[in-house]
Design a protein around this ligand. Sequence first.
Ligand SMILES: Cc1cc2nc3c(=O)[nH]c(=O)nc-3n(C[C@H](O)[C@H](O)[C@H](O)COP(=O)(O)OP(=O)(O)OC[C@H]3O[C@@H](n4cnc5c(N)ncnc54)[C@H](O)[C@@H]3O)c2cc1C
Length: 309
Amino acid sequence: MIKTIMKEINNETSSLCLMNEPLKKHTTYGIGGPADLMISPKSKQDLIKVIEIINENKIQLTILGSGSNVLVSDDGIRGVVISLKNSLKQIEVADNILYAECGTMLGKIVKYAVKNDLIGLENLNGVPGTLGGALIMNAGAWGGEISENLVHVELINSKSEVKKIQKKDLNFSYRQSSFDKDDILLSAKFNLKKADKNIIKENFMEAQSGRKKSQPLNKRSAGSLFKNPKNISAGKLLDDAGLKGFSIGDAKISEKHANFFINDGNASSSDMLMLIKKAHQEVKDRFNVNLSLEVKLLGFDERDIEGLC
Ligand SMILES: Cc1cc2nc3c(=O)[nH]c(=O)nc-3n(C[C@H](O)[C@H](O)[C@H](O)COP(=O)(O)OP(=O)(O)OC[C@H]3O[C@@H](n4cnc5c(N)ncnc54)[C@H](O)[C@@H]3O)c2cc1C
């Protein structure tokens, strides 16, 4: 089935198709087994055609942006993985409106807005990942969230229909969005405001230095592992539980920030999952708090990750 699909996609699009592609090459953790088939579409039109073929063949599909918020199983992911980190990169500004395709790196969008004297995205300076990943996760930092100045999102759904969804028809909350699980985001528009260059630059630099001070940016991670419960940071709970520096194999809880779980060499996903379960249990036992994951677990058996998400 996978070979037939690959043939059809090769015939009808200019996408790059790779069988048994190791996903550790496509995640910031550097962890993850193979995808049966990984596809990198060349353009939005290619992506739409690829989705039509996948939907017609009812093949299991997983979308990856730049893989900066995922832990992929050592067994990899069955079916097709579409990687968007090398495609859908168009970005434009007209007056106060910024348009970008969802494979564009958020960092590039933030810099583009700053260059055009547009305020509203600069707090997200330093958040890795693509625009698509940022919208799904409602990425945020230093008081700002990607959904704040959103006008609409263009997406393709499980019936292969391309739709524009206005912000008023979507719900965003802390690291959460209301897109359907099968929606694939194609592009988005933001309505920003013109402002003084110096004010925007100051916010931009503050976001950068705050990040450098508090996060282990020289280590492989997926950012904050757990979501912050109401009124307390997950990092403080993990720190108070004495978990800073604790490790299983090469999976380690950062000494610098206890909510950053790092791959300190050659960690496997099972090392990381064991470490996550240990930390989750420790916080539950000591503080009666049930932490939930911000990082998405992909390719795991449901029974192995029960109670974590
Ligand atoms: C060092 C570091 C610091 C970080 N700091 C922050 C921070 O300050 N704030 C913050 O919010 N996050 C932070 N993160 C987490 C991460 O960067 C964000 O969640 C980012 O928005 C994820 O984007 P991505 O393209 O890498 O998505 P991925 O990790 O590839 O995917 C994340 C989810 O989105 C889905 N997805 C991705 N693209 C699409 C698409 N086009 N259509 C449909 N679904 C899609 C995937 O299926 C997956 O479920 C940090 C990560 C690192 C490594």
